[in-house]
Ligand binder design. Structure first.
Ligand code: HEC
Ligand code: HEC
Length: 253
């Protein structure tokens, strides 16, 4: 039964992936279902009525987290490591606050993700309790030791750009800031980050922090590649990374 469910899900996921690239470029951004303007950055994070706030403040169940994550693993993999080619980001080890915010933004159509949207909806995974449980589970998964990196041909320039433009939010080593919802970006796949960085720079990722947009608006494509290449090579703390690239998540068989 479980097995059949997975195959069906995976087929659905593959279909969805086929359409993401077509939908991702040049298509009009989806409007929130209730017709309201998109919330932009950080509107609901301290609003006690919001999903984000509630999910961050509920007690969590690891067992339920494992169950909910099964759907997610069709794309993000059971290890939460995503894909080097950038199709799916690594989620393992990300700050829980960031996972909650991004998931809530995707559900609310405040961040366009047509591939994932059907699987992220309340009807598919449930409400705030499921959001709380699944994000708590993901945040504790060990990270991929072999994340995708760039060409390695402009790293000194990338390092300088990083120090001058990114440290104040993403930290000295790309560790981000949990309490401010700034993502951990070390250990993330280069190609995924390049796409997000470009979308943030060009205003396509609508939930982006406006101060980041300002900070990077003068970046050329070469600057962008250099700085992302640099940070993709910064190693997360050892205790957060899996011992081996062959590690398999024992919670799924
Ligand atoms: C059908 C494939 C698919 C499924 C299933 C899926 N995702 Fe995703 N997810 C994606 C894609 C693709 C992206 C990146 C979108 C982009 O490039 O903007 C993403 C991005 C994310 C992000 C943002 C990561 C970041 O670094 O900002 C989070 C968080 C996330 N997914 C969590 C989940 C959770 C939790 C589930 C299960 C409830 C799930 N996803 C199920 C495809 C999927
Ligand atoms: C003012 C704070 C700030 C600055 C400066 C900043 N960022 Fe960000 N960055 C953020 C926030 C906040 C997000 C998440 C935005 C969201 O919720 O959509 C983000 C998202 C990202 C992402 C996407 C991560 C993901 O998991 O999807 C990348 C890559 C990134 N930043 C790289 C950089 C780099 C490289 C620099 C320097 C050139 C930089 N940022 C400067 C705050 C900042």
């Amino acid at each position: 039964m479980k097995h059949l469910f997975n195959i069906g899900l995976f087929t659905a996921a593959l279909f969805a992936v086929g359409s993401v690239h077509a939908a991702g470029h040049g298509a009009a951004p989806a409007k929130p279902a209730d017709g309201k303007a998109p919330a932009g950055w950080n509107q609901n994070l301290s609003d006690e009525e919001s999903e984000q706030y509630q999910a961050m403040n509920l007690p969590t169940s690891r067992e339920n987290g494992i169950e909910v994550y099964e759907v997610c693993s069709a794309c993000h993999l059971t290890e939460g490591w995503g894909m080097t080619d950038g199709t799916f980001p690594q989620l393992a080890g990300q700050h829980r606050s960031v996972l909650v915010k991004q998931l809530a933004d995707i559900r609310a159509l405040n961040r366009d993700n047509p591939t994932m949207y059907p699987f992220a909806k309340k009807e598919s995974i449930g409400g705030v309790q499921e959001m709380a449980d699944v994000t708590e589970y993901i945040a504790k998964l060990p990270m991929n030791p072999n994340n995708g990196v760039g060409a390695g041909d402009n790293l000194a320039h990338g390092e300088k750009l990083y120090k001058d433009n990114c440290v104040k939010c993403h930290g000295e080593n790309g560790e981000g800031m949990a309490d401010k919802y700034y993502p951990r970006i070390h250990g993330q796949h280069y190609k995924y980050m390049l796409r997000q960085f470009e979308w943030i720079r060009d205003g396509k990722r609508r939930n982006a922090n406006p101060d980041m947009v300002k900070q990077i608006k003068g970046f050329s494509d070469a600057d962008m590649a250099a700085v992302i290449d640099y940070v993709s090579r910064v190693k997360p703390p050892k205790e957060m990374v899996a011992e081996s690239p062959d590690w398999q998540n024992p919670d799924y068989d």
